[in-house]
Design a protein around this ligand. Structure first.
Ligand SMILES: Cc1cc2nc3c(=O)[nH]c(=O)nc-3n(C[C@H](O)[C@H](O)[C@H](O)COP(=O)(O)OP(=O)(O)OC[C@H]3O[C@@H](n4cnc5c(N)ncnc54)[C@H](O)[C@@H]3O)c2cc1C
Length: 437
């Protein structure tokens, strides 16, 4: 949270917050619950269809996972996390309590059913299916993002200098090659780099990194919060509105979907989009959709912009973190902590990644960083939920994007706008159904 942004959001909200929805307007009105990057992209696309759109947000705009992420449009990241490779690596990772993957023992019984589904989703045939579905969604993600960036005037906030994935040994690189072959078969371009070429792509690396893979089509934003706020401004400019409040229950009725708020008030909408990120589960459950949505908590530290001469985003895949060049600073972070929504952050994770980054990038100035923890909304098969609720076709789900919510926000917005308008979606959405488990 940041007090400046809360004040700015409140002012914007006051400007856009008009009368409660009138009953006879209900059929043409749509309320989007959650003003994270996914809800904002949905609102932007719905407004593009001429719909009257209102966001409903209980905190400030983009102060959930969309606030402090690594800022990547990871269009080439089509390999599902639930994979045979991760299942092999996980036991070793779990031995290090501050490593890339951790499960606080007290949360293990809660997350066990999700882990079992994750394990099943990582079996070879299901993995292959998720990969093909993810690749198709990513192709849409790239074209829809390009269009949204232009339509919303966000181009100055996007960098197009790719990503460099780094390996500490020939063995680690060899182990990654099947994944690169799978990407190649989906038409993704990349370049393996060594020696001078590697040093040109990123000078100043520790000599322990002898090989890297460069993906030129990967993009990053200047800062994910600034990007989301600029999209919010574009939503308001298109005529969107926002109400501050917390939805606690959705009640479908003959005249629309009634949204019950925590303050006891109600709002009526012709259609509803639930884009509440990691907090979407209770509202879906209230409608009868029991979804295995969990959170993968992630951590980072943002250093001063001059902390390192970073040429592009770097991925240290074997250690589960990235280093991002934002205008607001050098951001070091990642990791997965399967610890639920309630436990306080354990910032020793941010510190552990920063320590490794200092060893990998000698000369990195680590003083004075800002730490952050965010809640990735994650489904066990690494695919989002996009589509109508099984209980009521006027409620659409748009959550569960895990590590890829920024990347897939525009694609999700486009799909939701198509579905809400009764048009066929740009790509099949069967694999994103809420009842696929
Ligand atoms: C460390 C880290 C790094 C990441 N890096 C990347 C990256 O480089 N690229 C990428 O694509 N993705 C990345 N991600 C993932 C990405 O941040 C998320 O997938 C994405 O932000 C999810 O967006 P969202 O809008 O669904 O959720 P959120 O941003 O969490 O927004 C949900 C909003 O809904 C509101 N809300 C919830 N329930 C209610 C309710 N009942 N009533 C009213 N409002 C409600 C919340 O207050 C919140 O504002 C990263 C995540 C982390 C943690």
């Amino acid at each position: 949270m940041n007090s400046h942004s809360v004040a700015a959001n409140a002012a914007r909200a006051a400007a856009g917050d008009g009368q409660p929805l009138a009953r006879n307007d209900a059929a043409s009105d749509i309320i989007v619950i959650g003003a994270g990057i996914v809800g904002l992209a949905a609102a932007f696309h719905l407004l593009g269809e001429g719909r009257r759109v209102r966001l409903l947000e209980r905190n400030g705009v983009a102060e959930g996972a969309s606030y402090g992420n690594a800022g990547a449009f990871a269009f080439t990241d089509i390999l599902p996390l639930a994979s045979p490779g991760i299942l092999r690596k996980a036991p070793a990772w779990l031995l290090d309590p501050l490593g890339p993957l951790s499960i606080p023992p007290s949360y293990l019984p809660r997350i066990l059913p999700w882990l079992i589904r994750f394990g099943r989703a990582g079996l070879p045939d299901r993995y292959r299916h998720s990969l093909l579905v993810q690749a198709r969604l990513m192709r849409l993600a790239a074209t829809a993002m390009d269009a949204m960036v232009d339509a919303a005037g966000l181009r100055p906030l996007v960098r197009r200098d790719g990503n460099l994935q780094l390996y500490e040994s020939e063995g680690e690189w060899q182990a990654a090659l099947p994944g690169w072959e799978a990407r190649a078969s989906e038409g993704i371009r990349f370049e393996h780099a060594r020696g001078e070429r590697l040093a040109e792509l990123q000078p100043g690396l520790s000599p322990r990194f002898t090989v890297g893979t460069f993906t030129p089509h990967w993009q990053t934003v200047a800062d994910p919060y600034r990007f989301a706020m600029a999209l919010f401004d574009a939503v308001i400019a298109r005529g969107g509105a926002i109400t501050h409040g917390e939805a606690v229950r959705l009640e479908p009725g003959p005249d629309g979907v009634r949204i019950h708020l925590a303050d006891g008030s109600r709002r009526l909408a012709g259609q509803v989009v639930l884009a509440g990120g990691a907090w979407s589960r209770p509202l879906a459950k209230g409608l009868g959709d029991r979804l295995p949505l969990e959170t993968e908590r992630g951590y980072n530290t943002t250093l001063a912009p001059e902390a390192f001469d970073l040429r592009r985003q770097l991925t240290f895949g074997g250690h589960g973190f990235v280093v991002s060049p934002l205008v607001t600073g050098i951001r070091v972070g990642g990791a997965v902590e399967l610890g639920g929504l309630a436990a306080p952050p354990n910032f020793r994770r941010s510190e552990a990644m920063l320590k490794k980054a200092a060893a990998f990038l000698p000369g990195l100035r680590t003083e004075g960083g800002r730490q952050w923890m965010g809640f990735r909304p994650s489904m066990p098969d690494s695919l989002p939920v996009i589509g109508p609720s099984t209980a009521d076709p006027r409620v659409f789900y748009a959550f569960g994007h895990g590590h890829l919510g920024l990347t897939q926000s525009a694609a999700t917005g486009r799909l939701i706008a198509e579905l809400a308008s009764g048009r066929p979606p740009s790509i099949p959405i069967d694999s994103f159904r809420p009842d696929r488990f």
